[in-house]
Design a protein around this ligand. Structure first.
Ligand code: 9WN
Length: 435
């Protein structure tokens, strides 16, 4: 059983691997290289093909901008099966953007620091891996420096995202209130995602208007960070994004220590880290909801919603033991009913929960992997094992889909697997969970 699943997972990854040395998330639906996908994918490869793992990361980092920015999509080819593509995003507007690759002017969760450390741990040839890490690590450090210097206007230690696509959790109900403050035009465009996947499982046309509108504003300012901070209607401190940065800071500190002679960088990372952990608990932990929430910097108010992102600080060791216990209580009471698979992407007790719609409810394997690791870190073995078992069961029964219904009766009926099939990070992270 386990061996068969591993073989199938490897097949998914190998078939999505491209000549350019990177892996697409899913055929047709996502035909380019995505940042956080590449990070998770590299972890999967590291278990059986280190060349591919290294290539995934070095190809991504080759597209880094001169200011340290790493884009969310690298458009390696001209295919038009995805909208919006390179001609819409126009990364060339930014004076420091890559001259070699066209990309978006958006980022995605900063996973690369912990991915490098994971590769090192998995590797059987530590000398080789340390050499590889030595060649890449300064680029990741530069990326963290970009975030702290450009995405933290109040100097709080928490960085902002200026677009829901930067969160990785695109149409979460968390953003609905922000879109209501925006007067987005009704754009005319041809969606491509809805010709690959049932529109019921994807964001609406009106949501896409908002997504495009924020980018049009950023483009007016040539993707200048300071101008974006002043003018973007969307400016949010997101718990998942900041937890990934903190987790990656921690990994960079350990890797620089292993490499030696990088005391200046370690010192900077420790400074960022201390402030960031403090502010995560001080500003983003909601003592009534007992969960990490979001802060809307533009409208100066907390967004008091619970999503699967609310639990990701466990992975980065952010909560105290006591707050971790409270988080688990919230997880179990709101998300953990016996008739549910863990972990829905949005609070199943909320009126905004939609079990089929993308990030409004379905289970995603990458969030489950983050949660599994976080729960283990705090010693919550039983619930960690449940998250792992649920992930494996969902994939075994349905295939390597992009997201899944969290309701057990819907899964048993055979209709609960959604989005793209043969989805790369679902395969990659199952490989890691099985090892
Ligand atoms: C926009 C590639 C990406 C993931 C995101 C997921 C989805 C893209 C889209 O697919 O977003 O970036 O077009 O829907 O939400 O997390 O990285 O797999």
């Amino acid at each position: 059983m386990k061996d068969q699943l591993l073989t199938e997972a490897q097949k998914v990854l190998n078939e999505n691997f491209q000549k350019g040395g990177f892996t697409i998330p899913s055929k047709n639906l996502y035909p380019f290289q995505w940042k956080w996908d590449s990070g998770f994918i590299a972890i999967g490869y590291a278990h059986y093909d280190m060349n591919k793992a290294e290539s995934e990361i070095s190809t991504l980092l080759d597209a880094q901008w001169d200011n340290g920015f790493i884009p969310h999509i690298i458009f390696h080819t001209d295919t038009d099966t995805y909208f919006p593509g390179a001609d819409f995003h126009k990364s060339e507007l930014h004076p420091m953007s890559s001259k070699k690759y066209r990309s978006t002017g958006l980022v995605q969760p900063p996973v690369l620091g912990f991915v490098l450390e994971k590769i090192y741990h998995i590797s059987k040839d530590k000398t080789r891996s340390l050499e590889f890490i030595g060649r890449q690590i300064d680029k990741v450090f530069h990326n963290h420096q970009y975030f702290y210097q450009n995405r933290d206007p109040l100097n709080e230690g928490l960085v902002y995202i200026y677009h829901n696509w930067e969160s990785g959790t695109d149409n979460s109900p968390v953003w609905d209130g922000i879109f209501e403050t925006m007067d987005s035009p009704e754009y005319e465009f041809e969606r491509r995602d809805t010709s690959h996947v049932d529109p019921e499982q994807r964001p609406t046309k009106r949501e896409y208007d908002h997504y495009l509108h924020i980018i049009e504003i950023a483009k007016q300012y040539n993707y200048d960070d300071q101008k974006i901070a002043q003018h973007s209607p969307f400016l949010v401190q997101d718990p998942l994004f900041n937890a990934m940065l903190i987790k990656s800071n921690e990994s960079l500190i350990r890797l620089y220590t292993l490499l030696g002679s990088n005391d200046d960088k370690i010192e900077k990372l420790e400074k960022w880290q201390k402030k960031a952990v403090f502010q995560m608990n001080n500003k983003l932990f909601d003592n009534e909801l007992n969960a990490y929430i979001y802060y809307d910097l533009r409208n100066k108010k907390p967004i008091r919603s619970i999503s699967s992102s609310s639990f990701t600080p466990l992975f980065a060791g952010i909560p105290s033991k006591e707050d971790a216990r409270k988080l688990i209580d919230t997880l179990i009471s709101n998300f953990g009913g016996d008739d549910h698979y863990l972990c829905a992407s949005f609070d199943p007790t909320s009126e905004h929960f939609k079990p089929k719609k993308y990030w409004r409810g379905p289970v995603w394997i990458n969030l489950n992997w983050i949660l599994f690791k976080g729960l283990k870190r705090y010693g919550f073995e039983d619930i960690a094992n449940r998250v792992k078992a649920d992930s494996i069961e969902l994939i075994t029964q349905n295939g390597f889909y992009e997201y899944f219904d969290c309701r057990k009766d819907v899964i048993s009926s055979g209709n609960g697997a959604y989005g793209g099939n043969n989805f790369s990070w679902s395969a990659a992270l199952i490989i890691d969970m099985l090892n």
